[in-house]
Design a protein around this ligand. Sequence first.
Ligand SMILES: [Zn+2]
Length: 288
Amino acid sequence: MLRDGSLVLTATAIAPSLLMERQAFADNSANAVRIGLVTDLHYADKPPAGSRHYRETLDKLEAASQQFASDQPDFLVELGDLIDAADSVEVEQRYLKTINTNFAAICDERHYVLGNHCVDTLTKQEFLAGVEKEHSYYSFDREGIHFIVLDSCFRSDGKSYGRRNFHWTDANVSAEELEWLRGDLKSSSKPTVVFAHQRLDVSNHHGVKNNAEVRKAFEESGNVLAVFQGHSHQNDLKEIGGIHYCTLAAMVEGSGLQSNGYCVMDIQPDGTIKIAGFARQASYQWDV
Ligand SMILES: [Zn+2]
């Protein structure tokens, strides 16, 4: 009885403050935002290695593009590892050109998160030039929602990945980027969604080394609803500090269209998030 009683008390004590916070998000003038999401395409014109079927990514992306054509997302986000490694800069540039030509044909507005494989042989500047972007981390607003793209391709000493100068387990958000992130979060009161490649919710090899500091910035802002990430190739979902950390299935994994993975996400002005997953990608709905 006592235990039940204290549980009820806890629930009633927390609910009103959460409700007030979330109500502040509702913006009557805003529409839902629709986003097409893909991750870990690892496109390369080379034979399969283990469970990674590099060439099949072209057919899988074509299947995703048919779904996106009917769902009409406002923009696309690619969560990193768009390409896989080649022996030379020229060949890797060619992989990038091939996959990005197909990706760019799907939707005018596109956002690219840097993955470790994007900057294996290429430098960050070369990759960004290839996808017509200037910055590796930045933020933008759509329909009352704040979006942040993060870059965790920095070594512990702060140096950017590129030209095989790093070990993939040494992933970090640089001190400069962390300072920018804190300021960016402070300057916005909108519900916020973050896109990352390496994981911000685990402390194993797939985790960003200083991810506790990044999560602290998210939690202190009180506005971050969800973080979407790739890198470990399997569906996963964790909730830390009231924030959903959702890891998406990799497009490169497995042979055949039944192994594909991509999703369409709707974010309502009140912060409700609905994710329709296709093939191996899981579906989710998170109410406010
Ligand atoms: Zn990957």
